[in-house]
Write a protein that binds this ligand. Structure first.
Ligand SMILES: [Zn+2]
Length: 622
């Protein structure tokens, strides 16, 4: 089996582990992976079959598609993200029925590939726009990127068969068209950059890395034509290495950064590595929601200005949270710094996991932090527009997020732990096992047991005797953490010893609910508090309030600390009575009577699973 998960750099501080080295065995994360394998993957496949998106490939193959392509121009990518999810799933758990479905779907995709390697159902045939006639909006290379990433998942799961062969022909075609002797151009939506860099790593073909490098270096040089949102939208305003913060369309910016870092690492371009790390830092410090979500403009799905983070207009697209985690993972592998895993934890739990409904049959595309009015219930059999849902919807005309959730959950375990020459590093917590071999030949087998993210006790059992360093991430929020009873600071705690078989190490992370306040420059949250419990951001949802009490008419009594409950917290709030009837909501002093209400807070990721509701993460202080 080719080592490594979705990202396998040739060098770096940490070595990623492969599908045969990490297994999630139970608990919270296992439930999420099981929901994906039993519901979400099937849901995505059946919707795309039913509304003709997969059928596009059949009609492209038999030459009948013409102008009758179903759906918008980038939906090929959804089939590819589904294939990636299936490939990781097959690498995780062999499943004969899924293998047959995967092979059948790959065969339909492969049949639509042209003799010269080109593969897209929207362009180049009679009745369709010419190939590469709309690089600004056409998403051709973007779709190719997702096919190539699916092929990487297949290779890393131990199978070099039809999908990687299709991807090789496609990547070779891109080399002819866009390589050193081809047109000097980029795609309006980055994605092929990290895909090609990873395909180079997985196949050993240096041309694919060079192609990724060319795409990264051409970005920001004005090769794309003018669009209404301006060149910043697709990061064509400034060369990647000259930018200081992420800007424009959030998913585009983050996919590009992931690919640029891959290129920088493989070409030993330290200047580019430093530029990307600096952009990550500025973006986290100034343009990221408390949930880890990014993007505060609905119009162009884009980052706002520094500290422009409106809760009720949060875009925080699920895909942007996934893309953010893709970048953080790469920076973690390169540097070994725990802050990157901190952000991944925050983003995966509080932004990405908020997308799927508890039953896995509906999704959020955008992830607001403040719902002011009850949403309507989308029909279970209707496709809706991307961001108009107030409750999760079963499918969208722009449906990038559900398949992105599927591929992320299928590969989730591969982001939990790494190895280096000295030992093993645990970055995320839950019930899982690690079995790897260190460069000195010692086998290290670990069992990690924890009811995380709701319980802070993590017990690591070393199954066979070995001398190595066990490193554990101490989250930035975990003030008062203890390792085998000894206080440890946030960052990385290391234990090096000759472990006996059966020896355990116990980490205790404090899980008391706590108030969190924003930097004063986050105007939309100033004067309010949020409540976090361990890594989980909580929220106040109307269904947890007494009948008739309105989430919009409450202030919190922050003089009393929140009381921790098994999955949330209880806080005291005051309902304002008499105030809103003044007719003018401004004055030198706005006073009102109030009555005390006990409010039960729940994990933000779980909101809107009990019918229409209003919700807020930030609660005004009294
Ligand atoms: Zn999306």
């Amino acid at each position: 089996m080719t080592p490594g998960g979705p990202v396998s750099p040739s060098h770096g501080a940490l070595r990623p582990l492969g599908p045969d080295e990490v297994t999630i065995t139970g608990g919270f994360w296992h439930e999420k992976q099981a929901l994906n394998s039993t519901v979400i993957i099937d849901h995505c496949e059946s919707w795309m079959e039913r509304i003709g998106w997969i059928g596009n490939f059949d009609r492209a193959a038999d030459g009948t598609i013409g102008a009758d392509h179903v759906g918008i121009e980038f939906i090929d990518s959804e089939i590819y993200k589904l294939l990636e999810a299936m490939a990781w799933e097959l690498g995780r758990t062999p499943d004969r029925a899924l293998e047959l479905r995967f092979n059948a779907l790959v065969a339909r995709v492969a049949a639509a590939q042209s003799a010269d390697g080109y593969l897209h159902t929207s362009f180049g045939r009679e009745g369709q726009p010419a190939r590469y006639s709309d690089l600004e909006w056409g998403h051709e290379l973007y779709c190719f990127g997702h096919l190539i990433q699916a092929a990487v998942a297949r290779l890393r799961s131990g199978a070099d068969d039809l999908l990687p062969a299709v991807a090789r022909r496609l990547a070779d075609h891109v080399w002819e068209e866009f390589g050193p002797n081809g047109r000097v151009a980029v795609c309006g939506h980055p994605e092929i950059e990290p895909a090609l860099a990873e395909f180079a790593r997985a196949t050993g073909e240096p041309r694919y890395l060079e192609l990724a490098r060319l795409f990264v270096e051409r970005r920001g040089t004005g090769t794309l034509g003018p669009i209404q949102h301006g060149p910043e939208y697709f990061q064509d305003d400034v060369p990647v290495r000259d930018a200081t913060v992420l800007r424009g369309h959030a998913v585009r910016a983050l996919y590009l950064s992931a690919g640029a870092l891959d290129v920088a690492v493989e070409t030993a371009d330290d200047e580019l590595v430093a530029a990307i790390a600096g952009q990550w830092e500025q973006t986290v410090a100034r343009r990221t929601y408390i949930t880890g979500g990014v993007g505060s403009h609905h119009l162009d799905e884009a980052f706002g200005a520094d500290f422009e983070l409106p809760a009720d207009r949060a875009y925080a697209e699920t895909c942007a949270g996934i893309a953010s985690s893709m970048l953080s993972w790469r920076l973690l592998l390169h540097s070994g710094e725990s802050r990157y895993a901190d952000l991944m934890e925050r983003t995966l739990i509080n932004n990405v996991l908020a997308s799927p409904r508890e039953d896995g049959r509906a999704f959020y595309y955008t992830n607001t932090l403040h719902q002011r009015v009850n949403g309507s219930v989308p029909a279970d059999d209707t496709v809706i527009e991307r961001a108009l849902s107030s409750l999760r919807a079963p499918w969208f005309w722009v449906s990038c997020c559900p398949t992105n959730v599927a591929r992320t959950l299928a590969s989730l375990h591969l982001y939990f732990a790494t190895a280096d020459d000295e030992g093993v590093q645990l970055h995320q917590y839950g019930d899982y096992s690690v079995a790897t071999t260190l460069p000195d030949g010692q086998a290290v087998t670990l069992r990690i047991a924890s009811a995380y993210p709701f319980d802070g006790r993590v017990v690591v059992t070393v199954d066979s005797a070995a001398e190595f360093t066990l490193s554990m991430r101490i989250p930035e929020w975990a003030v008062g953490a203890r390792l085998d009873g000894t206080p440890v600071d946030s960052g990385t705690a290391r234990v090096r010893r000759a472990f006996a078989a059966g020896e355990t190490v116990t980490l205790e992370l404090p899980m008391d609910a706590r108030f969190v306040r924003p930097d004063a420059r986050v105007d939309d949250a100033r004067g309010q508090v949020a409540i976090e419990r361990g890594p989980v951001v909580l929220c106040l949802e109307s269904v947890d309030l007494p009948e008739g009490v309105d989430t919009e008419n409450l202030v919190i009594d922050s003089t009393r600390p929140p009381v921790t409950t098994p999955r949330g917290a209880v806080v005291l709030v005051h309902e304002r009575i008499g105030a809103p009837e003044r007719g003018w909501p401004y004055g030198q002093q706005v006073s009102y009577l109030s009555q005390q209400v006990t409010a039960h807070l729940v994990p933000y990721f779980s909101w809107a699973n009990r019918g229409p509701s209003t919700m807020r993460v930030w609660i005004p202080e009294s």
